[in-house]
Design a binder for this molecule. Structure first.
Ligand SMILES: Nc1ncnc2c1ncn2[C@@H]1O[C@H](COP(=O)(O)OS(=O)(=O)O)[C@@H](OP(=O)(O)O)[C@H]1O
Length: 502
């Protein structure tokens, strides 16, 4: 099975059955509408009314690409219910909010969404199967409807713009972006969840164990226990102790011999311990030294973690046997792997610099990928959605998309409500498709004022995950790193997203 970015099987298996079920369902109503029985009862679910071909949409001026679909899309000029190649692609960005955007757009009568990520343009094996195969993956739709497919990795895959152009040079493109640092954290959360779901041993946790970090922190606590109530102050000379060269064995010796506990022997532990220590502390040191000119102040936040670590270390002398995920700061992605082949797995280098080879970090360099798209497509064919705004208040962003697509403004504000349990907006008036794993039905109790009239659904638990907690200093380093790239992106798209630079 092809794994989609949502972690679902894109082709075949249960998900494919889900598509078929949904398509049979859609087909039924489309046939009803086509046969003139289109007076769907008012009480019928939203999908029923949604799937009727829209005369108003058909009467509007042709949308981009409407009469330019290539010859493979044989049904483009007929009213018949058929599978049509997409005229709109949500090309990314991974973790930008692509699923939410697709589901929300699907509230529109004239949108026919592909419920799974097909990965046609970015996976060579799929692309080789040709456009007929791609079309066979599409839902049934009427001619008035725009078929929409989303595969977030389209945006970053070099070959994709040209391939999309070859399918339809007038296709409309939507990109949804988020503050690149938030997106990065979201990506890390996704990577870890996928590894856990596949029962993959997480190398980061083994080599750069939290427990090693706790040992490091515990040393600090031990020496500073008198000032635990407030800010811990460490002067520059002490910092040299905590900031060894990663290749120096003396650093580890120091920790193991003088620290509150002795980690089990093992080269991996020893090396990662010293490496991790440097990364954890050098960032704080660097930032604080600039601010204080020689004195480092550790925040209360790190203090409480230190206290927690200290007690854990005392209770459990053999800290390396404890595999439980600690509640402290998650630095796993911000430390350096000791194995050179794995350096792309971490976002910060031992010297505290940002690792541009890190795959997840790379995706947040939006400007870099945009140039390829703008080389192939005119800017007017690309609409950019502010993913942070879509989270805060979806409706205005959707109105902009409707305008871009030349669609009637049919999506209503009251089709969204904030679900406090989920912490995100959920949808009402949606198709009754419970088979799509990416959405879950909200409970009637939670939303009783909606449940009488509409079906409602929230995105699945894989959307809206808890992000790793990262020290402010690390966030600051990342923001500063992204700032020039972001400005370049704003200039290219003519839109300022106002992402923090500090
Ligand atoms: N309404 C609503 N409900 C739930 N989640 C929402 C919503 N709107 C936007 N988002 C954000 O979408 C983020 C996931 O992005 P994608 O769907 O693009 O992820 S993926 O690349 O397809 O895996 C996801 O990221 P995380 O919060 O990091 O999980 C959400 O923040």
């Amino acid at each position: 099975h092809q794994l989609s970015q949502d972690g679902k099987a894109a082709i075949g298996g249960a998900t494919n059955e889900a598509i078929e079920r949904r398509q049979r369902h859609s087909h039924r109503y489309l046939l009803m509408a086509a046969a003139g029985s289109g007076s769907v009862p008012a009480a019928a679910s939203a999908i029923e009314s949604k799937q009727q071909p829209s005369p108003t949409a058909k009467e509007t001026a042709p949308r981009n690409g409407e009469d330019n679909n290539n010859n493979n899309n044989q049904s483009s000029t007929s009213d018949a219910v058929d599978r049509r190649l997409p005229r709109l692609l949500i090309i990314g960005v991974r973790k930008g909010g692509t699923r939410a955007l697709l589901e929300m757009l699907n509230l529109h009568r004239d949108i026919a969404m592909v419920p799974v990520e097909v990965h046609f343009f970015d996976k060579f094996d799929n692309y080789q199967r040709g456009l007929d195969w791609y079309r066979s993956q599409m839902p049934l739709s009427s001619d008035a409807q725009l078929t929409v497919e989303k595969s977030p990795s389209y945006y970053v895959t070099p070959e994709v713009p040209e391939r999309v152009y070859a399918m339809n040079p007038h296709v409309q493109l939507v990109l949804i972006v988020r503050d690149p640092v938030t997106r990065l954290l979201s990506d890390f959360a996704q990577i870890e969840a996928s590894r856990a779901a596949q029962n993959l041993p997480n190398r980061r946790f083994q080599l750069l164990d939290y427990d090693i970090q706790e040992v490091v922190v515990a040393v600090v606590v031990k020496q500073k226990k008198t000032s635990l109530a407030g800010t811990v102050t460490i002067d520059k000379r002490e910092l040299h102790i905590y900031r060894p060269c990663p290749t120096s064995p003396s650093a580890f010796e120091f920790l193991t011999k003088q620290g509150p506990t002795t980690p089990k022997k093992g080269a991996g532990c020893a090396r990662s311990s010293s490496t991790l220590m440097k990364v954890c502390l050098s960032l704080s040191v660097h930032t604080h030294l600039k601010r204080t000119g020689g004195i480092v102040e550790m925040s209360q936040e790190s203090l409480s973690i230190s206290q927690e670590s200290d007690s854990r270390v005392r209770q459990q002398p053999s800290v390396h046997t404890d595999r439980a995920k600690p509640r402290g700061i998650d630095r796993s992605h911000f430390a350096v792997q000791t194995q050179p082949s794995k350096t792309h797995d971490v976002a910060l280098l031992p010297n505290g610099e940002v690792n541009t080879q890190n795959r997840a970090l790379h995706v947040s360099l939006y400007a870099k990928f945009l140039s390829r798209w703008l080389h192939v497509f005119p800017r007017r064919q690309l609409h950019i959605v502010d993913g942070d705004r879509l989270i805060r208040d979806p409706w205005p962003e959707l109105q902009k998309v409707e305008r871009f697509l030349g669609l009637e403004h049919l999506i209503r504000r009251d089709q969204f409500y904030f679900n406090a349990t989920k912490g995100f907006y959920c949808l009402t008036g949606t198709p009754t498709d419970v088979s799509n794993d990416n959405v879950t039905l909200a409970t009637a109790d939670e939303n009783s004022h909606h449940s009488h009239h509409y079906h409602h659904k929230c995105l699945a638990g894989s959307k809206g995950r808890r992000h790793p907690q990262v020290p402010d200093e690390v966030i600051s380093v990342l923001r500063q790193f992204f700032a020039p790239h972001n400005r370049k992106f704003f200039a290219m798209v003519g839109q300022d997203f106002d992402w923090p630079e500090q």
